[in-house]
Design a protein around this ligand. Structure first.
Ligand code: ATP
Length: 461
């Protein structure tokens, strides 16, 4: 990966993809706001995910469950007891760091790799001591032992604090699918195997530095629980088919270079005790290969936990055999913000030959598909003609309008936004009704009659 995270963060701020959260008040750690371009890009990604995995499949349905949920949900899921990161505090500067990141970062700097998932607090503390790992903020050597830090955000409901009920902001969207399993099977005509997908915000009290929108305290997930009967569905085949679907979405739908992707199998130590197989689809971010999308066979663990804790019968009645069963699930879970960051990193091109930065976004993802420029803004006829072109195109595409500065600068601005085509209305347009269409990647320009412009662009897209 040649692009640095700084390149991405500064482009994001310069052009309006994303900004640090609470910026005018000095920022709030691990929160980011999406700007006008980022909001468009993220929406396109979300729409493509929903369309691919829900709308176009007869075996899938969607859900939009509440962000705030009963503490019982999270007790049953195991999050209250064990959804925690190991943290160490620096006794000198009092900054807090994740123990696993601290250790992995230390070994990475030395050119070696270590995986610490699954290690106990004592083992992590020992690794830090043995390797004399320093505080990443001040360089101090006096760090506390690793301590468990729960990631769930509690919220207190109720008007009077004393009688408030404890609830949590959801730590993942998946639990809403399990808690609604019976509602869904009772209210729809789904039959096993089928999946429920949902997309929305999740919250984790994460502590990290310098990974931009990769790891935040508030983020968006696209999660699917695919329910099946293990007696008549081969889970290995189902697992493979989901892995293929995930990869296809990333390479074919989002246009990501497959060389920047890899899959990583979780070993027995790393895998949750209830999971039979877990694979991460990783992308080569500027800070190395990291999880983009997780795929796990979670067996019947979650539904059984909710049966145990709620006392409700969440089993499924198989209409063909008239027998009851608790379905098993395969869960593909992706972070939308991690997709946005991947798309930006993959598209970033420092075109040194033409001295410009280009976002080579797939036209499907570009916030604007086409930009329309009047060559000059002080000639009413040219501007009016250009407005006409804008209005015609706007019925089909997301169109940007720009009449400021010289044409070269306007092109470069659109290149950084990732706009695939720019249309310029000039003096020749007034004579022969043609406009120039400039291609973002090649910078080549063609003259096209206005009446064939829409069809021409549609063909290119
Ligand atoms: P990680 O190991 O990176 O902390 P995870 O294994 O805890 O991730 P999951 O619980 O499997 O993540 O969540 C599913 C997906 O949600 C992840 O693959 C990731 O893309 C995304 N995700 C998880 N935590 C965050 C976060 N703090 N910020 C942004 N995206 C996240």
């Amino acid at each position: 990966m040649t692009v640095s995270l700084n390149d991405i963060v500064s482009l994001a701020k310069r052009r309006g993809f994303f900004y640090p959260g609470s910026d005018i008040y000095g920022g709030l750690a691990n929160t980011w706001d999406y700007g006008p371009l980022g909001a468009e890009l993220k929406k396109k990604i979300k729409d493509l995910w929903w369309e691919t995995f829900i709308t176009r499949r007869s075996d899938m349905v969607g859900l939009d469950s509440a962000v705030i949920s009963s503490s019982k949900v999270w007790e049953a899921s195991g999050h209250v007891a064990s959804f925690a990161d190991a943290m160490v505090d620096c006794k000198t500067c009092h900054s807090r760091t994740r123990a696993d990141h601290l250790i992995e970062g230390h070994f990475e700097k030395k050119g070696s790799e270590i995986k610490v998932e699954g290690k106990s607090m004592a083992e992590l503390s020992q690794l830090i001591k043995d390797n004399k790992i320093k505080c990443p903020t001040c360089g101090g050597l006096e760090l506390t032992d690793a301590r468990s830090f729960n990631l769930l955000f509690p919220v207190h409901l109720g008007i009077l604090a004393e009688t408030a009920d404890l609830a949590y902001l959801r730590g993942e969207t998946a639990q809403g699918i399990f808690t609604n399993f019976k509602n869904i099977t009772d209210s729809t005509r789904v039959r096993l195997p089928f999946g429920v997908g949902q997309m929305g915000k999740s919250f984790r009290n994460e502590i990290t530095k310098g990974q931009a929108i990769f790891r935040t305290v508030e983020f968006e997930q696209g999660e699917i629980e695919y329910f099946f009967n293990p007696e008549n569905t081969n889970w290995e085949e189902l697992f493979e088919s989901w892995l293929t679907a995930m990869k296809k979405f990333v390479t074919d739908t989002l246009g990501i270079n497959s060389e920047n992707l890899r899959t990583r199998e979780h070993d027995d130590k790393e895998r949750s005790f209830y999971s039979k197989r877990t694979v991460d689809l990783e992308y080569n971010y500027p800070f190395g290969f990291k999880e983009l999308w997780g795929l796990a066979y979670r067996t019947d663990y979650d539904l059984n936990q909710h049966i145990k804790f709620s006392g409700k019968d969440l089993s499924y009645l198989d209409p063909s055999s008239n027998t009851k069963l608790v379905p098993h699930v395969i869960e593909p879970a992706v972070g939308i913000d991690r997709i946005v960051l991947m798309v930006l990193c993959d598209a970033y091109w420092n075109d040194t030959e033409n001295n410009r930065v280009v976002l080579k976004l797939s036209p499907k993802l570009a916030p604007y598909t086409v930009a329309v420029f009047p060559l000059v803004k002080n000639n009413e006829t040219v501007v009016e003609k250009a407005r006409g072109v804008f209005d015609t195109l706007a019925s089909k595409f997301r169109v940007a309008w720009d009449d400021r500065g010289n044409i070269g600068k306007r092109y470069y601005y659109q290149d950084e936004m990732g706009t695939p085509y720019c249309v310029t209305v000039d003096y020749q347009t007034l004579e022969d009704g043609t406009v120039t269409v400039r291609d973002r990647d090649t910078t080549e320009q063609l003259r096209i009659p206005i009446e064939s412009l829409s069809a021409h662009l549609e063909k290119l897209l």
